[in-house]
Design a protein. Structure first.
Length: 105
């Protein structure tokens, strides 16, 4: 269980960082694009690693929800994007869903 949580967490952090770098890239040939692409690709490999350990019906909702929450946080923290009340409510609901899904693992 601890390994799965660690892999999910690493997937979310690595993929979010990759998306952040891709968002800041000035073009397809920029360093930020290549770094973002590499991290997002590494995130895919981490996702695949988790997918080989757990059923798809558990892996996908947790991974997708975790990435949605993480990108909201990255956007707010590093890109100056706002989080309105409806976003915050959605984040809370997603986190509750992730906990409920993980509870059955």
């Amino acid at each position: 269980m601890i390994v799965n949580v660690a892999l999910f967490s690493l997937y979310v952090v690595v993929s979010s960082f990759g998306l952040y770098k891709l968002k800041g890239a000035s073009g397809l040939l920029s360093l930020d694009f290549f770094v973002g692409f590499a991290f997002y690709g590494l995130g895919f490999l981490l996702f695949y690693s988790v997918l080989t350990r757990l059923p798809l019906s558990i892996v996908f909702p947790i991974a997708a929800g975790g990435l949605v929450v993480a990108t909201q946080i990255v956007g707010y923290t590093f890109l100056g994007e706002s989080i309105r009340a409806v976003h915050a409510g959605g984040i809370v609901l997603i986190l509750i869903g992730i906990v409920l899904i993980f509870a059955r693992v």
